[in-house]
Design a protein around this ligand. Sequence first.
Ligand code: SF4
Length: 450
Amino acid sequence: MEPVAPPKTYRVKSFGCQMNVYDGERMAELLGTRGITPALEGEEADLVILNTCHIREKAAEKVYSDIGRMVKAGAQAGKTPLIAVAGCVAQAEGEEIMRRAPAVSIVVGPQAYHRLPEMLDKAVGGERATDTDMPAIAKFDALPARRKRGPAAFLTVQEGCDKFCTYCVVPYTRGAEISRPFAHLIAEAQMLVEAGAKEITLLGQNVNAWAGEDDKGRAAGLAGLIHALARIDGLVRIRYTTSHPNDMDEALIAAHGEVDKLMPYLHLPVQSGSDRVLKAMNRQHTVEGYLRLLEKFRAVRPDIALSGDFIVGFPGETEAEFEDTLRIVDAVRYAHAFSFKYSPRPGTPAATLDGQIAPEVMHERLHRLQERLGHHQFAFNQASVGRTCQVMIERTGREPGQWLGKSPWLQSVWFSGDHAIGDLVDVQLIEAGPNSLQGEPVRIPAELAR
Ligand code: SF4
């Protein structure tokens, strides 16, 4: 490759999960330390980072078509950007990307992006660079301080996964489970609060597998970390995602009754309502075990909003087993949920299983599942009408003076008034929609305030 001028502007396009969003923010901060600034809306960036996701079918093919589009647009604009591919497709494909896409200068995996500045120097000098090494902790130690952000911030506390669900690529693209050190997390959370964050969502592929030693040298789990974070002044709300049923413990359940700043929201994937399918997925728990766990959360925090993940059309899934999934949805009455059609991922055991389900059957099942999930989400919103709660404003609404924020149950609430982004406003929920609620600010007399 020819040497090129050092980039002045960048654009990071993150796909997939919140951990990719977090990584995208950290890569942006790294580029900021080199004086490289975000490209303006509609402006061609000198450097484009595709921060990829490997979860969906044809994920890799999508990356190549994105690269093709960028090269074409660059040629028309007479300015081909420096292209970097990061994230899970970079980790899975590595040198293959360099072979198939000559326009790509950098391929960097999710555990190696702290070396982006050096790789950029090489690319500017005309040398292409690939790094899919997995030094997870070293990565975080090498990252710069957190920068000013909105009121809601992400904090990755755990990475990787040792569960090896038969349909999932994450253990191969993100590596083994690691927990970031307690002190580093407290320090980063304080930095985020000083930079304007009022709500922090703790992230991990199995966030509740986080384990470490607290500031007194005692063994601590996620509950211990949450208790410690709750002592940070200025931090008002704490959330965490994504959990695995098998990494839940009594302390974390109890924390939902003990820590006011811990929001009444739990995202706990189940994927299927059939024990046979759960076994074939290697989820290592039963439907009964999962339901008993949720009962414990509801006992500690009766108003807790429950959220789940579902896969329809897993190889061999019968109509009766799909109906088992609909039954668990009706039993739990989820306030929120994500649902997907099964997609065979190269290199995963399930991809070669017999009984692959026809696409039209998957499509029809996903439609029925989403209808049922939508019904329960709407019912949860309707049951919230009349409640007064604090809503944290995250952005402006459609109309002037209108705001959009999140309730403690992670519902989208819009209302009007003289406020600002980041404000925590006492709002009465007055009307429910399937995906959001309308609110009205109320004045809570000081003696009644929290
Ligand atoms: S728990 Fe299963 S689905 Fe979740 S990241 Fe690990 S292997 Fe993937």
